[in-house]
Write a protein that binds this ligand. Structure first.
Ligand SMILES: [Zn+2]
Ligand SMILES: [Zn+2]
Length: 231
């Protein structure tokens, strides 16, 4: 699949086109990837690095996963193999990717469908993460903010230099409005809403979510509005 269209959101931060969930690249001394999309996307991610950014796989030094779900971790094993990058995830989600804990079954009709689809098409091998994150850690210049609810170890990542917040699946921007995490994939909705309030207290300009499109201005105000609406 050709991948030659640049999707630079702010200088040095790209979204790789056509990867679902969203996969972001931060270009600093080394490259950092945030999330890796559903399985079968690694060739497209590597093509973007090569064709658009003129980089080699080995330039990727860190891969940060916002949580353990397959639409965020689907290509991490292949990308780690291709790059040699160190993989980071919050300590509370680590046991799900290493296979020590079973990935929970999903609820509802769509959840059941996803369970079956997951078993058939969307498998990823278990792996041992290299870095276990905790709230307040700094990784690749980003601040890790623990925002449990969608999963126990969901995180948001804040980049102080650009005032970008990477929100994983805690909140997303649809192009029209902010939404919370999908209820059928969120076992602890109350916890997630507490996490939304935690994020709403921060000051950021740009919201880059795990699904949906970039919100490029006034992001923290919009998130605060959303947080007030769920009181
Ligand atoms: Zn998720
Ligand atoms: Zn997702």
């Amino acid at each position: 699949m050709p991948s030659s269209v640049t999707m630079e959101i702010v200088p040095g931060i790209h979204q790789i086109d056509g990867i679902n969930g969203n996969c972001y690249v931060i270009i600093r001394d080394g490259l950092t990837l945030i999330d890796t999309g559903l399985p079968h996307g690694s060739a497209q991610i590597l093509a973007y690095l090569r064709n658009v950014l003129q980089k080699n796989p080995s330039d990727v030094t860190t891969i940060i996963l916002t949580h353990f779900h397959i639409d965020h971790t689907g290509n991490v094993v292949e990308l780690k193999k291709a790059s040699g990058a160190r993989v980071a995830i919050h300590e509370a989600d680590a046991d799900y990717v290493s296979g020590k804990k079973a990935r929970p079954s999903l609820k509802g009709a769509r959840g059941l469908l996803m369970n079956v689809m997951g078993r058939l098409f969307f498998r990823t091998p278990d792996f041992q993460p290299d870095i276990l994150l905790a709230d307040g850690d700094t990784i690749a210049g980003l601040t890790c903010i623990h925002t449990p609810g969608h999963t126990p170890g969901s995180i948001c990542l804040f980049d102080p230099g650009t005032k970008v917040l990477f929100s994983g699946d805690l909140i997303r921007y649809t192009g029209v409005k902010i939404e919370g995490p999908p209820p059928q994939f969120t076992p602890d909705m109350r916890g997630a809403m507490q996490s939304v309030k935690k994020i709403a207290a921060l000051d950021f300009g740009i919201l880059l979510s795990g699904h949906g499109v970039p919100l490029k201005a006034g992001a923290s105000e919009k998130v605060r509005e959303f947080a007030r609406s769920i009181q």
